[in-house]
Design a protein around this ligand. Structure first.
Ligand code: THG
Length: 266
């Protein structure tokens, strides 16, 4: 089953930043309920945008969200200290977003993750930056999976983020990540593939059509999760329809249910 990580609780979004600054709990609660109602499987929580306030903002967000959250949270920060603090606060086993091969981050995340009951997003990033070839993405994924396996994180609990990059910067970026996803899934059939989908359309107009078309290609390659806005009805409909067309929806039950509920329309 495809897993949707709802991206909306992120202080880089102006409305969320304002709600967090004003400690407007009802705005956040309402948004979380809407993401859950739309079919999100996880709620991503990112409090990184108000510089110097990430710790208190993350604490407040977790205290606010957890009483209404019926699904697990994805704890989203580049700072291992924030992730460790957030991990102690969550009531359900979370998804940690993220570990990478950047030395400092890797060296503090590994001892923290050892033996933990959680899922982990593994970013194909190292100190040299974003990957710039398919082989580069695959090699980084392999290192991350093997290092995480060695500290007791099962492959099925790892979500590789191959780092989707803007097609506007280089017309090869789409094919590069599609080929990498196929190769990673061929080597590790149990691993999950996720990522921030909207990066593909950065810098271009009419972004939604690019995102929605690209996700069908990525799902064919083996992507089985994405960090997206679950309130975007068109992308959710594209995901459900693609899942059916790829043979992941027995007797088209999920599709038919989506049509009956009004979630899927032509
Ligand atoms: N990989 C992983 N985690 C991630 C990302 C990724 N977390 C953060 C980000 N990328 C994914 N989350 C979001 C959240 C909100 C928005 C985009 C990605 C968003 N963006 C609007 C835009 O780009 O137009 C507008 C922002 C606004 O409202 O001001 O909403 O890649 N592992």
């Amino acid at each position: 089953m495809f897993e949707v990580i709802g991206e909306r609780i992120n202080t880089s979004r102006k409305s969320v930043q304002a709600a967090v600054a004003e400690r407007d709990a009802s705005y956040i609660i309402d948004d979380v309920k809407r993401q859950q109602g739309a079919g999100a499987n996880y709620i991503d929580v990112n409090a990184g945008a108000r510089i110097g306030h990430e710790k208190e903002d993350m604490e407040w967000l977790l205290d606010t969200i957890q009483p209404v959250a019926t699904i697990p949270l994805t704890l989203d920060s580049p700072d291992p200290a924030i992730l460790e603090m957030a991990f102690t606060m969550v009531k359900k086993p979370p998804m940690i977003n993220s570990i990478s091969l950047e030395k400092e981050r890797f060296n503090s995340m590994m001892p923290f993750l050892e033996g933990k009951d959680c899922k982990v997003i593994a970013l194909c990033m190292d100190d040299s930056g974003m990957p710039d070839s398919c082989d580069d993405i695959v090699a980084r994924a392999k290192t991350l999976i093997e290092e995480l396996n060695a500290i007791g994180i099962a492959t099925a609990n790892i979500y590789v983020d191959p780092l989707i990059q803007p097609i506007s910067t280089d017309s090869n970026k789409g094919v590069m990540v599609l080929d990498a996803v196929r190769a990673i899934k061929a080597g590790y059939p149990e691993v999950h593939i996720t990522g921030g989908l909207s990066n593909i359309s950065y810098g271009l107009p009419q972004r939604h059509i690019i995102n929605r078309t690209f996700i069908t290609l990525m799902m064919d390659a083996g992507m089985d999760s994405a960090i997206i806005d679950p309130l975007d009805r068109k992308i959710m409909a594209a995901i459900h329809t693609t899942d059916m067309l790829l043979g992941n929806d027995q007797f088209c039950m999920g599709y038919l249910k989506g049509v009956r509920s009004g979630a899927i329309e032509s």
